[in-house]
Design a protein around this ligand. Structure first.
Ligand code: KIV
Ligand code: ZN
Length: 513
């Protein structure tokens, strides 16, 4: 390991490289969130949107973890052309064999393997010691190298790993052939200064660091993921691992849109990347809809209020000159501030235009069909917004369900006992039942239980209106426990009870049979 940082000419060369590579892990780390799982068709839709956004690497899944993930990596490999397709593994031979098999159709492929390097992981997760873990890391990289040239190594919990040991591991894996070394702040613990110093330490102390790209991978547990990623980049990291809207386990990962717009806004950093920022808004909407994961209104860059100036002083300034309070142009993220509000009088062309602005490109028969659905909704609701049309476009509950609601009639109010009658279609067979309950949803669930007798417990139910107004569409997320497992469902409708029942039926469709 090198101890004289200032004398090494390679470091300077490395720091002069001004391209930041974007590695998107929405489909792997992002998709690990309970209730956010996508099917293969939806993952392909996201992967293609990521390709047109310009990401350099798409982490498509963890193939050994499930047949679904294995299949998604295969299909994404076939579907995209330019980005590197990456598959995650543990430092386990079998994982690497399966990842290599899943990547066989990728035009550019990478295996992402690694092991925990903090003393917490070494002691409590592996019951091992530093030397054994180092050997395991080197073996995994060499083993992956048998299959692919491009091997990324992750030192899990690097944020809490002693820098000297981390540098030894990084040096050894680069010697073994790693092309990228990922330094995850897995628990989101680091302070930006600390994380930046860690990257600097590696740049200055690892022999051969110029042969690999250093990658950041920061979690947001303490709200510092973006700051830490930037600290890493400013200290020499040249790949950032990010997700759309910052989705990811717990408090999530670093948000792609935040890093991309920081690099764009701070031109003085002289850092380049491949991201077409005008696609940010549409991919944000697509991911939010497909994952049924709302974007908080005050979310940087893509939140509903990100460009809404409401205080009098701000409005006055912005009206005089945008630069008084706006540091980025909404058009830079593809936000159409002149967005057309659709109503029952809007034609197919207006609908197609709004769909396209939201990342959905359809025409012909598909557009005709959607237009009919749109007219039906417009009969119930004065103004149709982007969320409505994304839901209509099928980003809501997945089609091809085994169990469907044919009809629902509920009676409720003040001074009457709530009663629901429901018609259910189970794979083509029709069933009907009625029940009373302490509210219209309770009555409907009791009626469903007369048809489908499962001992489910509703753990959580959230009702969210999409915009405002009494005619708004509402979204319902539900969590149900059944035989010790948690299931998540989603429904949307202008009728709250119908949306909640759809969400419940969405869950029932997913119960293990
Ligand atoms: O957060 C983390 O450490 C990870 C690794 C598996 C890369 O996601
Ligand atoms: Zn992670």
């Amino acid at each position: 390991m090198r101890m004289m940082p200032h004398t090494n000419k390679h470091n300077t060369q490395y720091m002069e490289n001004n391209k930041v590579y974007f590695f998107d892990t929405t489909l792997r780390d992002g998709e690990q969130v309970p209730g956010c799982q996508l099917n293969t068709v939806e993952k392909i839709q996201v992967a293609k949107a990521l390709e047109s956004l310009g990401v350099d690497v798409i982490e498509a899944g963890f193939p050994v973890s499930s047949p679904g993930d294995f299949n998604s990596v295969i299909e994404i490999s076939k579907a995209v052309t330019w980005p590197v397709v990456c598959a995650l593994t543990r430092a386990v031979d079998k994982d690497i064999d399966v990842a290599a098999e899943a990547l066989k159709y990728a035009k550019h492929k990478r295996i992402h393997t690694g092991v925990g390097t903090s003393d917490y992981h070494i002691k409590y997760k592996f019951n091992s010691n530093r030397e054994e873990i180092l050997e395991r890391a080197v073996h995994a990289v060499k083993y992956a190298k048998k299959y692919v040239e491009d091997v990324e190594f992750y030192a899990e919990d690097a944020g809490r790993t002693d820098n000297e040991y981390l540098a030894r591991v990084v040096e050894a894996v680069i010697k073994a052939g790693a092309t990228v070394v990922n330094i995850p702040d897995t628990t989101g613990y680091c302070l930006p200064e600390e994380y930046g110093a860690k990257i600097k330490y590696l740049v200055e102390h690892v022999d051969g660091i110029d042969k690999a790209i250093i990658s950041t991978h920061c979690h947001n547990d303490l709200g510092m993921a973006t700051a830490n990623t930037m600290a890493g980049i400013l200290n020499g990291a040249r790949q950032c691992e990010v997700t759309i809207n910052g989705v990811g386990e717990r408090a999530g990962n670093t948000a792609l849109e935040e890093i991309a717009m920081i690099l764009k806004a701070h031109k003085g950093l002289k850092l380049q990347d491949n991201i077409d920022t005008t696609k940010i808004y549409s991919i944000s909407r697509t991911v939010s809809s497909l994952m049924n994961m709302p974007v908080q209104p005050n979310k940087a860059i893509v939140g509903k209020n990100a460009f809404a100036h409401s205080s009098g002083i701000h409005q006055d300034g912005v009206l005089k000159n945008l630069s008084t309070y706006e540091i980025i142009d909404p058009k830079d993220i593809g936000l159409d501030t002149n967005s057309i509000v659709l109503t029952a009088r809007s034609g197919r062309a207006a609908l197609k235009y709004r769909l396209k602005a939201n990342g959905v490109d359809i025409e012909g028969e598909q557009l005709d069909e959607l237009y009919q659905k749109f007219l039906r909704l417009a009969d119930k609701k004065k103004e149709i917004n982007d969320d409505d049309i994304l839901l209509l476009a099928g980003a809501g509950p997945a089609g091809g369900r085994h169990i469907k609601v044919d009809y629902l009639q509920s009676v409720c109010g003040i001074g009457v006992k709530p009663v629901a009658s429901i018609g259910i279609d189970i794979a083509g067979e029709k069933f009907e039942a009625s029940a009373s309950g302490n509210g219209p949803f309770d009555a409907a669930v009791k009626a469903i239980r007369k048809i489908i007798d499962r001992d489910t417990v509703i753990k959580e139910l959230t009702i969210q209106s999409m915009n405002n107004g009494e005619d708004d569409t509402c979204k319902v997320h539900i969590q149900v426990e059944y035989e010790g497992h948690a299931y998540y469902g989603f429904g949307s409708d202008t009728d709250i009870v119908a949306a909640a029942v759809e969400a419940y039926v969405d869950c029932i469709n997913k119960l293990r049979r």
